[in-house]
Design a protein around this ligand. Structure first.
Ligand SMILES: C=C1C[C@]23C[C@@]1(O)CC[C@H]2[C@@]12CCC[C@@](C)(C(=O)O1)[C@H]2[C@@H]3C(=O)O
Ligand SMILES: O=C(O)CCC(=O)C(=O)O
Ligand SMILES: [Fe+2]
Length: 373
């Protein structure tokens, strides 16, 4: 263990300031990035031998009644599924990947020009959840909430338009897809347009909010000891994730073993967030997930984080509540919940819980093996 911080980075990645490291020059993982070994809990499920222990794949071009049935099963038992034939053009997915790679391959000094402000949402930076852990994560991110122009102009003063156009087009497609997925999920719970006023007169979720999160996971000299993105749930209603051909996303089911979500060319991953967990009164639980890294390949993922209009009160839907199923959560706006998440992280959901469950188990257990506090 080095005695001083400066010694830790001799022959190690170059730290340009306290939190940013140039991963490309890394020959080994510095102590500040070293987590306890993470792959000792892998199972045969990682290799997809057993259908029941694989994340469901749903073909959205199947008959609607079949899709609803599959979605209901996936949401109740997994909280995550992959979709094919979703209608998002393949060439758009490719363009998003190209632009994402172009961004993260810029020199670190250039990326830092577009750094996220301490109290801001958009921009370049380390994983936001880093502050809850004593160790750093082997990843970098870029968040787009609203227009990307101001930050993109700092990255490429002459040449930012293509990036912005691609991200804008992608966000539009994601918003449409997320609205469609919402009705499939809600429909499978027996909820219709009259039950959800904030979806708007035609149920198009016109005022919903969303953000894009681009994640880059460089190849890592010691992947068993590094963490790409620590275990968390998203605060969203749902998240649509695009991952390139390199695996890394893992999910847990009922606090069990980590299961890898294998990359399927052209597919998108859908995961349930805390707000849908609340809205469905716990019927569709948010899924705990994390990203691991690997020795050989760089990995890129793009998450579309989808939520309701910021100031709409979200509470368990009255159709899902009765004497046997009392409301489990108090009402909360997305704006308030994001603040709660930023403060309490994986305990945010239990902090808005109304009554203790009969079995005494509180929502999401903290599965991160490195804990603080
Ligand atoms: C809309 C948002 C959800 C998010 C916080 C943010 O303002 C933008 C980034 C999102 C993200 C992505 C990685 C995991 C996560 C927990 C985080 O720290 O930043 C989520 C946030 C969230 O869902 O709470
Ligand atoms: O990169 C991944 O696979 C996961 C990303 C993620 O969980 C997020 O951005 O919220
Ligand atoms: Fe996530």
């Amino acid at each position: 263990m080095p005695a001083r911080l400066s010694e830790a980075f001799i022959n190690h990645p170059v730290h340009l300031n306290q939190n940013h490291v140039d991963f490309n020059s890394a020959k080994e993982v510095p102590d500040s990035y070293t987590w306890p070994p993470i792959h000792d809990d892998s199972s045969p499920a990682d290799y997809g031998y057993d259908v029941d222990s694989s994340v469901p794949v749903i073909d959205l071009s199947d008959p609607i009644s079949s899709v609803k049935g599959q979605i209901s099963h996936a949401c109740e038992s997994w909280g995550v599924f992959q979709i094919t034939n979703h209608g998002v053009p393949t060439d758009l997915l490719e363009k998003v990947q190209t632009e994402g790679k172009r961004l993260f391959s810029l020199p670190l000094q250039q990326k830092l020009k577009a750094a996220r402000a301490p109290d801001g949402i958009s921009g370049y930076g380390v994983a936001r959840i880093s502050s809850f852990f004593p160790k750093l994560m082997w990843s970098e991110g870029f968040t787009i909430a609203g227009s990307a122009v101001d930050h993109a102009r700092k990255l490429w003063p002459q040449d930012y338009i293509n990036f912005c156009e691609v991200m804008e087009e992608y966000e539009k497609e994601m918003k449409l897809l997320a609205g469609r997925l919402m009705w499939l999920m809600l429909g499978s719970l027996g909820i219709n347009k009259e039950d959800l006023q904030w979806a708007g007169p035609e149920g198009k979720f016109k005022d919903s909010c969303g953000a894009l999160q681009l994640n880059s996971y460089p190849a890592c000299p010691d992947p068993d000891r590094a963490m790409g993105l620590a275990a968390h749930t998203d605060s969203t209603l749902l998240t649509v994730l695009y991952q390139n051909s390199t695996s890394g996303l893992q999910v847990t089911r009922d606090g069990g073993k980590w299961v890898t979500v294998p990359p399927i060319s052209g597919a998108l991953i859908v995961n349930i967030g805390d707000l849908l967990h609340i809205l469905s009164n716990g019927r569709y639980p948010s899924v705990l997930h994390r990203a691991v890294v690997n020795r050989k390949c760089h990995r890129l993922s793009v998450a579309y984080l989808y939520g309701p209009p910021m100031h709409v009160q979200i509470s368990p839907l009255s159709k899902l509540v009765n004497l046997n199923n009392p409301p489990l959560y108090r009402s909360v706006t997305w704006s308030e919940y994001l603040g709660t998440k930023a403060k309490h992280f994986n305990k945010a959901l239990s902090s808005v819980r109304l009554c203790a469950p009969l079995n005494g188990i509180i929502d999401v257990k903290d599965h991160n093996r490195v804990k603080v506090g």
